[in-house]
Design a protein. Structure first.
Length: 198
């Protein structure tokens, strides 16, 4: 059985963006394909949770070796997307899950490998990422012992309630500037400029 599964969340409306974040161009391809290819270099199975815009995003993924998870109740918030993803990967019997969102285009496989190494070298059941601004969150790794409670999540807070309830079993990884997310088209354009993309 795999030691870990990468769970990529791409079910949201992207209402502030005005178009699906997953289909924004990044490195001459849809952002979600950029993310999937990066995750596949880790050597673990990749599961993608789709909801809003699921049909058009899913059409981009038909040739990808991934587990596509349809989540019709995506309006129940990020927590519900996590719950749907955990339920869908149960049959793979992973020892842990790496949870990511599609709107962090600066993430690299090098950073994720270091995050995973940190998790594997320590005994904590939860390892969060930390931004250079100081906030903690995704990408986050959860041990399988949290799968039951993750399956019960709803709402827009994602997995934060689980972390708050288990701070004694949680560690924070070294701060990184790769965690920038994009909520608006202006933010997307600015990020492309600062990363010297065409």
């Amino acid at each position: 059985m795999p030691k870990m599964v990468s769970l990529l969340l791409a079910a949201g409306h992207s209402s502030r963006m005005g178009q699906p974040k997953a289909l924004l161009e990044w490195n001459q391809q849809p952002l979600i394909l950029h993310q999937i290819k990066m995750l596949q270099t880790l050597g673990y199975p990749v599961a993608v949770v789709l909801g809003a815009h699921g049909r058009i995003i899913g059409a981009q993924l038909k040739d990808q070796q991934i587990l596509s998870v349809s989540h019709p109740n995506y309006d129940a918030g990020m927590g519900s997307s996590i719950a749907a993803g955990i339920l869908a990967i149960r049959h793979l019997q992973p020892e842990a899950v790496l949870i990511l969102a599609v709107d962090q285009p600066l993430l690299t496989s090098t950073y994720l490998k270091e995050l995973i190494d940190y998790y594997q070298k320590n005994q904590a059941g939860i390892v969060q990422s930390v931004s250079t601004e100081g906030w903690k969150g995704i990408p986050v790794i959860f041990s399988e012992r949290y799968f039951d409670v993750l399956e019960g999540l709803v709402g827009d807070d994602g997995a934060k309630p689980v972390v708050k309830q288990h701070l004694d079993d949680s560690l924070a990884f070294t701060p990184s500037n790769q965690l920038t997310d994009i909520d608006t088209y202006t933010e997307y354009q600015e990020l492309k400029k600062t990363t010297h993309q065409s």
